[in-house]
Design a protein around this ligand. Structure first.
Ligand SMILES: [Zn+2]
Length: 446
């Protein structure tokens, strides 16, 4: 978290984009396409190819008519594209074409307009295997949606705003080995964004996408503009002595949240932005301030409860991979955690001032593990409490169960699944608060 020190090196990191060409081989194809998923959204259509192995691919675009052609080396072409669900207006059809070499496969996406695709492969992460992701920006849809949809209508995806701490002229803390916090945070943030984007029904927003500076206040503002369901800020800790190590997770303190709330209430112009459609409803009444306060209070209670739940989940995932500096979520008044309306957490991914952790923080695999832990913590929160109107809320299984593990208690499970202990007992005909390991509990709707 530490503040501004010196100028830094410019480090540009890019997502893997179009792969190189691969020499054809004259044997039976090793790779195969297991399925294709098409995810249209207001701003973009994402096509995901699930593959048996890591793809070797290349691509190009053609016009008249508009097409995107993808060549996959050493891959079988036996999946029936006619059976794929496709509600995208942009992607009219997916078909095969003659491959450039035996054993390869050539896929053609017929598009209804010219686009500039972003194509990259993703490593397996449960429950998915190897994937080739094709992102096709589709601004036309977004403009039309903005006209047709009420402003307050939420996005079907759960939006995770990921904030890489520091940047540009603010390097953050600097390790003894010369590591800049701002570079580590961006790398972990990008790994986290990849995991979020690989999860159907979730979408990431990177608050900072390169090495530049944003004020701490601007960061939650961007999250609000993007209608984020969660704001996650990634930092690395530092101390004057090399010994301290481990990770910690911070949430906005209630005191700071209250003072932010007070400040916002003074500024009536912000009300409509904060309350979405609700502000229009209450605008004409004399009770505006009172109602605004009540709505913001509810929103704040919800975001603080959510922040704590996400923090606990992240900590329990981090516990499996590294030492925890603080075992429970820490409440603080931090400049970047000032949103009473958006659940916000700040993860300190270790001490950059500790030589061993500095070394780890530079290691790609460790960055990926950190991202994985943060992602799993976020994911398990939203699996249990998907925001209304999201794909996850619609797909939420009606009959949920939980197998009791060591350390589980009724009160802790009630909290985790957002149900009352009483309802939990009723749903399982329990007369006592005692549960045994291995017992399968029905989880009622909250
Ligand atoms: Zn920091």
């Amino acid at each position: 978290m530490k503040i501004l020190l010196r100028y830094c090196l410019l480090v540009f990191l890019c997502y893997p984009v179009s792969g190189g060409l691969v020499a054809p081989e004259a044997h039976a194809s090793n790779n195969s396409i297991n399925s294709v998923r098409i995810w249209p959204s207001p701003t973009n259509t994402r096509v995901v190819l699930d593959l048996q192995q890591q793809p070797k691919y290349s691509w190009f675009i053609l016009q008249n008519p508009h097409r995107l052609v993808i060549d996959l080396a050493d891959t079988k072409g036996d999946l029936d594209f006619a059976k794929i669900d496709n509600s995208s207006e942009l992607v009219k059809k997916i078909r095969y074409s003659r491959p450039k070499a035996n054993g390869d496969v050539r896929i053609v996406l017929e598009l209804d307009k010219k686009v500039t695709p972003q194509i990259f492969s993703l490593q397996p992460t449960a429950p998915y295997g190897n994937r080739l992701v094709v992102d096709l920006p589709d601004e036309r849809d977004s403009q039309r949606n903005m006209i047709e949809q009420p402003v307050n209508k939420r996005h079907q995806d759960i939006i995770i705003a990921i904030d890489a701490g520091h940047g540009g002229e603010d390097p953050g803390s600097i390790g003894r080995g010369g590591t800049f916090e701002k570079n580590v945070t961006l790398k972990v943030a990008r790994e986290l964004a990849k995991l979020v984007d690989g999860e159907p029904g979730m979408r990431s927003v990177l608050i900072r996408t390169g090495d530049y500076y944003l004020t701490p206040n601007r960061r939650p503002e961007i999250a609000r503009e993007k209608k984020a369901d969660l704001f996650v800020s990634v930092h690395a800790d530092a101390f004057t002595q090399p010994q301290p190590n481990g990770s910690s997770v911070w949430v906005l303190s209630t005191g700071r949240a209250n003072s932010e709330l007070g400040r916002w209430l003074e500024n009536t112009e912000q009300h409509s932005e904060l309350l979405g459609g609700a502000a229009e409803v209450i605008q004409d009444t004399n009770n505006e301030r009172y109602l605004t306060q009540a709505l913001l209070d509810m929103s704040m209670d919800h975001s603080i409860a959510t922040s704590y739940d996400v923090s606990r989940n992240i900590l329990s995932e981090l516990k499996g991979m590294m030492k925890l500096h603080k075992k429970s979520p820490q409440a603080a008044s931090l400049a970047v955690l000032t949103s009473p309306d958006i659940p916000s957490v700040l993860v300190e991914v270790g001490f950059i001032s500790n030589p061993k952790e500095e070394k780890n923080l530079n290691w790609r695999k460790h960055q990926q593990n950190l991202a994985q832990s943060i992602f799993k913590g976020i994911r398990s929160h939203f699996l249990n409490s998907p925001p209304d109107g999201t794909l996850w809320a619609k797909q939420r299984p009606k009959n949920r169960t939980h197998r009791v593990e060591r350390g589980d208690s009724l009160s802790e499970l009630a909290l985790r699944y957002n149900v009352s202990v009483n309802n939990l007992k009723k749903a399982n005909n329990l007369n006592t608060d005692i549960v045994r390991i291995g017992q399968v509990l029905n989880i009622p709707q909250s």
